[in-house]
Design a protein. Structure first.
Length: 272
């Protein structure tokens, strides 16, 4: 397993990048706990047959599931917290990868597919933040959604197909989930996220990650992946989330955010 995500290095002084320190994107996406949402987002993406087929045919995902998860998180941190050049470079890497992924029945640059991938990231970030951090008002959530439209733009999601507001976005996600059918490819790939082949000392961490990830999935997708609800586990996770919501807001920001977030705040303030 490779290094944990860190986010960008300091970058160009006084350059806030795509969002800036007063944005909800910085407030939400910097939380370390959002790593739990990366697994959820990936499983939601894989539930789309075109995505699971593309991943199965165009990557070494089963052998490097956690490395790829961490790399994806690192890229998203670079887009959010990097200076203008770092953010554009990270988006260009993602777009370049997508340009090479296409087959007889799928194309990674299909606008509707790009929208779904973007939606899973936004929906998962809000779900995990609400469950484990809390404190977002309805207007905060709406502002976060508006912020993330900028990320959608640099990742080539056409503005014409983006839901106009958070309410429309939530309806889109619900309707999309209701139409998805989890395939055998998706279930096979999901095993490497839910039960990763880790060294023996890290297996309890991997098992806990899998349990939390499963608990965060929409019920329909959880059933599609064959992940039954275990009442004692669900009760324990609910209690843990409640404790997290009480404690995390009291923890200094520097201790609960990625190292690159602190660097980005220093960079943005250096021109003041």
């Amino acid at each position: 397993m490779g290094a944990l995500p860190r986010g960008p290095e300091r970058g160009r002084p006084a350059d806030p990048g795509l969002f800036g320190p007063d944005s909800l994107a910085w407030r939400v996406n910097g939380e370390v706990v959002l790593l739990l949402g990366a697994g959820r987002a990936l499983l939601m993406q894989l539930a789309h047959p075109a995505v699971s087929r593309a991943v199965a045919e165009h990557s070494g995902f089963p052998q490097n599931a956690f490395d790829r998860l961490f790399q994806t998180m690192d890229t998203m941190l670079a887009i959010t917290f990097g200076d203008t050049e770092q953010s554009r470079a990270a988006a260009a890497r993602v777009n370049g990868l997508h340009e090479r992924v296409h087959g007889a029945s799928y194309d990674a640059l299909d606008p509707k597919l790009l929208l779904w991938v973007h939606a899973t990231l936004v929906d998962s970030a809000l779900t995990v933040h609400d469950r484990f951090v809390g404190g977002l008002s309805p207007s905060d959530r709406e502002r976060y959604y508006r912020d993330m439209k900028r990320q959608a733009a640099v990742l080539r999601v056409p503005s014409s197909i983006l839901p106009g507001n958070l309410g429309e976005f939530d309806r889109y996600v619900r309707k999309r989930v209701a139409r998805l059918e989890v395939t055998d490819d998706a279930r096979r790939l999901a095993r490497d996220i839910l039960r990763p082949p880790l060294p023996l000392p890290l297996r309890p961490v991997g098992a806990a990650f899998g349990l939390v990830t499963a608990s965060l999935l929409p019920d329909r997708l959880r059933e599609g992946y064959g992940l039954p609800r275990i009442p004692p586990v669900d009760l324990g996770l609910t209690a843990a989330a409640a404790v997290s919501r009480r404690i995390l807001p009291l923890v200094p920001r520097v201790l609960r955010t990625w190292p690159g977030v602190t660097a980005a705040r220093r960079r943005a303030a250096s021109g003041v």
